[in-house]
Design a protein around this ligand. Structure first.
Ligand code: HEC
Length: 402
């Protein structure tokens, strides 16, 4: 019953999290697009202090948007801030982290072959990294390093890769990935809460008091700009991490941390094309290089056909169906059965049930990938599957059926 209810809970929170995330990223993309498409306004608007405007048609009506150089002469009665999208995405993300990873199936987070942690210790380490990185980032953005945008970007990337590497050597792949995501998401929402919002409040206060914004407002605005640039580059990598739990091929890889670093780099680099275009620089070579790097990554990650030795001649090495049946019973069907005996699952995970050896063969490619090549299955190697058993399974899957 507990597993059943927790499944519902995780569905509801995940659903909310995705919707809030869509609203956050959507609003952020929309405002970047707006800034990108502002045109020189007619003279009468310039006189009102408008620096750019645009027209759009959507959902059966015309919209006229104007951006002020500083602010309106008088504060409008209703002003939209766009902050709850960010806060609710983070809050629901943290709730999901707790339900799925800290209170859910321990196999997502703990891999005893990396570190034999209790669920409590694993959660403490995870939260420690999230909090620790936020403190470090906030210290850095207030330091002189923040004056050099490029150097800051490099340091930030190096730090995130270090976190990625460390977590990957402590947690199971999936848990490591999601924690890198949680670290990034926390920095992003911290940027909104600790930098962008204070800057906007200062600006609004100045307009309310009919003052020309002074140097303090300008300093806050410059920092907010840097923070929003960081958020902008982090959007694509964090969305990759959000969907990465569907791809054991990446987080289950021996060098999963490097795969994540590479994909993070490529996606942030691709974002650079759009940011340059925003400044009027059109450089399609960036997209081309990102595409080439992706193709290289696809090549590097391709499973080598030699990783599973084919059956050598000689009958003594032939793997029998009985051997495999007992292997599957020991290592897989606790979870992968129509009615799993593991209390953590209500239904066969990934919809895969090994109720017969035929079913194992039906999922041949995936089984090779998950339990032989990448060793990501059994989850967290909870059943203690040995390398010889993986080889045996690989040989059986590849030997011709007689
Ligand atoms: C402790 C529970 C557990 C055990 C034991 C287990 N699995 Fe899984 N398996 C899972 C979960 C959970 C998923 C879904 C993974 C995800 O969504 O990240 C999964 C997914 C899979 C997938 C799909 C991967 C994909 O690419 O979609 C395959 C194939 C698989 N398991 C094979 C196996 C094999 C073979 C064994 C035994 C050697 C095994 N599993 C043992 C929990 C388990």
């Amino acid at each position: 019953m507990a597993a059943y209810l927790s499944e519902w809970l995780s569905l509801i929170i995940r659903w909310f999290h995705v919707i809030a995330g869509v609203a956050w990223v959507g609003a952020s993309f929309y405002f970047i697009w707006l800034d990108n498409h502002l045109r020189k306004p007619p003279e009468w608007k310039v006189k009102k202090g408008i620096k750019g405007d645009l027209w759009a048609v959507h959902g059966g009506g015309f919209y006229e948007v104007a951006k002020y150089e500083l602010g309106p002469e008088e504060m409008p009665p209703v002003l939209h801030w766009f902050k709850w999208e960010a806060y609710s995405t983070w809050l629901s993300g943290m709730a999901l982290l707790f339900t799925v990873y800290y209170f859910g199936s321990p196999g997502y987070l703990v891999d005893a072959s990396r570190a034999d942690l209790t669920p409590l210790a694993a959660a403490a380490i995870g939260l420690g990294f999230i909090g620790g990185m936020l403190v470090l980032y906030e210290a850095l953005i207030r330091s002189p390093l923040a004056r050099n945008g490029k150097a800051f970007g490099l340091v930030l990337f190096a730090l995130l890769v270090a976190v990625d590497w460390t977590l990957f050597h402590i947690f199971a792949g999936r848990g490591a990935f999601i924690h890198v995501g949680a670290v990034i998401g926390t920095l992003m929402v911290g940027n909104v809460f600790l930098g962008i919002m204070p800057s906007q409040r200062a600006l609004v206060r100045a307009v309310e008091n009919n003052e020309t914004p002074g140097p303090e407002v300008a300093r806050l605005a410059a920092q907010a700009k840097l923070r929003s640039t960081h958020n902008n580059y982090l959007t694509l990598p964090i969305i990759f991490i959000m969907i990465s739990n569907h791809y054991p091929m990446f987080y289950g890889h021996e060098y999963g941390w490097a795969v994540l670093a590479a994909i993070g780099f490529i996606t942030a680099f691709a974002r650079h094309f759009f940011n340059l275009r925003h400044r009027g620089v059109y450089r399609p070579s960036i997209l081309l290089i990102a595409a080439i790097m992706t193709v290289i990554l696809i090549g590097v990650l391709a499973p080598s056909p030699t990783s599973v030795p084919a059956t050598p001649s000689g009958s003594d090495t032939k793997v029998t169906d009985a051997d495999i049946q007992s292997l599957i019973d020991t290592h897989c069907t606790g979870c992968h059965a129509k009615v799993p005996s593991s209390p953590a699952f209500q239904a066969p995970p990934a919809g895969i049930a090994f109720d017969s050896l035929e079913a194992v063969k039906q999922h041949r490619e995936k089984v090779l990938q998950a339990a032989v090549n990448s060793q990501y299955m059994p989850l967290g190697n909870m059943t203690g599957m040995k390398p010889e058993e993986r080889k045996m399974l690989g040989r059986w899957l590849q030997q011709p059926t007689q």
